[in-house]
Every structure is written in structure tokens, then in C-alpha cells.
Design a protein around this ligand. Structure first.
Ligand code: SAM
Length: 241
């Protein structure tokens, strides 16, 4: 305990984030990169429409959350950011690493709607970079005049990652169309395209020939893909078993 500044606070999740991202691999590395819808479902102890009164005036929200899937792995003073090819080390507080002393992440997301579903107050959002089931520990409005800083320096992350072209086999194309209409997921092909265009592979894989078949889980389907002439090709999709 850091006694001079210790505080007695039991942090309890105020919401759970529901997203199509069913595993960490493939989730965009920052918010705002892929236009996918998700939900923030208020937890029972704050599940009151009054708790979000006025929130619809804001176009964007800050979500503070816990990297709950990585807590057990602990943290180190230095990390190897994927952007640097995994070769160089930076201090944990100089990065957005998911392995942190308190395991807290923060993301700006777009707010679309406030609704009540099955007795739960839900915020419909998009652009999140969160795993399905992520505990949200606070929700705050994004305030452009203060939060958006012109000419800020982005360190090792000056601009969005470069995108890679994505192609679809005929089989994948027809499977996606079928799944879209059966499950009423609009724009599924576009979502798959935009997720894979981020090139989820670790940096060291990108540097050399790569014959591996990868799998990304979105909604309740597994998407199988590989590298084909420096482009990503979606081979087929299967229902998640
Ligand atoms: N925007 C946030 C931030 O800067 O604090 C998160 C950035 S972090 C690099 C984004 C990655 O966190 C995603 O690509 C995903 O792999 C991982 N992630 C998302 N939700 C998670 C969770 N609940 N537990 C562990 N890792 C998670």
C-alpha cells in the first residue's frame, strides 16, 4: 500500500459492455477505428434511467473499464508496444498497454441511443475496442473543448495504423450474406472487412512470409483468413462451436 495516498475505495463495475468481439485477437487496438455497434448495460445497483438523464446531449462518451482478461497476468515496468515491432521497450505509463498496475483502460466511443431493454438501462454505442463482457467502472461525457487538443503529440502513435486490403473467397462471401440475413446483422461483410483491415497479426509476423491460417471470433461466428499476395483473404466462416 502507498500509505500517504491510500484510499479506501471498493470499485464495483457500473456496467458491462456487450460487443461483437468475443476474443482479444482481432479487436481494434484503439477506439474509433471500426464502426461496430455495442451496448453498455448498467449494473443492477445503478440501473436507473435517472443515472443517465441528459447523457443523450453528448455525441461521445468516455468509458473507463477494466482489462479484466489480463489482470491475472500482472504487469511490468516496461512493455514492448506492438507498434515498435515488439523489439523496443517503453515504460508502462508511456503506453496504452493492457497490462497495468490497476488494469484500467479508457476509450472514447460514439453514443447513439439510450434505451431500456429487458429492464436494463442500455447505452447503444459504436467504435469501442472492448472485449464482450468488459466491466465498465465509469462513464463520462466527452467534452470536445477540453478533451480534444489541437496539435497534440501522439508519441509512437502519431496516426491510425496502416490498413491492409481484405478480399473474400466466394464461399465466405455467400456464407456472410446468409448469416447477415438470418441473424439481421447489417453490414456484416463491411464489419469483417474493417476489423481485418487493421491487420490483427502481431508485428513480428508481418515482417516475414506468413502461411498461417488465422481465426477471429465476431458475434457468434469464427472467421478464417490468411495472407494471400500481401492481402488478407477471408477463406470461410463457421458458427462458433
Ligand atoms: N483505448 C484503451 C486504452 O487506451 O486504455 C484500450 C487500448 S488497448 C491497447 C486495446 C486492446 O485491449 C484491444 O485490442 C484488446 O486486445 C484489449 N482488450 C479489450 N478489452 C479487454 C479486456 N476486457 N481485457 C483484456 N484486454 C482487453
Amino acid at each position: 500500500k502507498y500509505s500517504e495516498q491510500s484510499f479506501n475505495s471498493q470499485i464495483e463495475a457500473v456496467a458491462i459492455c456487450r460487443t461483437p468481439y468475443k476474443q482479444k485477437f482481432g479487436i481494434p487496438r484503439q477506439p474509433g477505428l471500426v464502426n461496430v455497434r455495442g451496448w453498455v448495460e448498467l449494473a443492477p445497483h445503478v440501473n436507473n434511467i435517472d443515472a443517465v438523464r441528459g447523457i443523450e446531449q453528448y455525441s461521445h462518451l468516455w468509458l473507463l473499464f477494466c482489462f479484466h482478461e489480463n489482470l491475472a497476468q500482472g504487469w511490468k515496468n516496461t512493455v514492448r508496444p506492438p507498434r515498435l515491432g515488439g523489439n523496443e521497450k517503453l515504460g508502462v505509463f508511456a503506453t496504452r498497454s493492457t497490462f497495468r498496475p490497476n488494469g484500467i483502460g479508457q476509450s472514447v466511443v460514439k453514443l447513439h441511443n439510450v434505451v431500456q431493454r429487458n429492464g436494463k438501462v442500455c447505452l447503444e454505442i459504436s467504435g469501442m475496442d472492448l472485449l464482450d463482457g468488459t466491466p465498465i467502472i465509469d462513464i463520462k461525457p466527452y467534452i470536445p473543448f477540453s478533451d480534444a487538443i489541437d496539435n497534440a503529440s501522439g508519441g509512437i502513435a502519431q496516426s491510425a495504423p496502416q490498413l491492409i486490403d481484405v478480399q473474400f473467397s466466394q464461399l465466405a462471401e455467400s456464407q456472410l450474406a446468409e448469416y447477415s440475413s438470418e441473424n439481421k446483422v447489417a453490414d456484416l461483410k463491411q464489419v469483417v472487412n474493417d476489423v481485418l483491415a487493421q491487420d490483427p497479426r502481431p508485428a513480428y509476423k508481418k515482417a516475414k512470409a506468413d502461411a498461417k491460417i488465422y481465426q477471429v471470433a465476431l458475434y457468434d461466428i469464427d472467421i478464417f483468413w490468411h495472407l494471400n499476395n500481401d492481402k488478407i483473404e477471408v477463406i470461410e466462416i463457421k458458427p462458433t462451436s
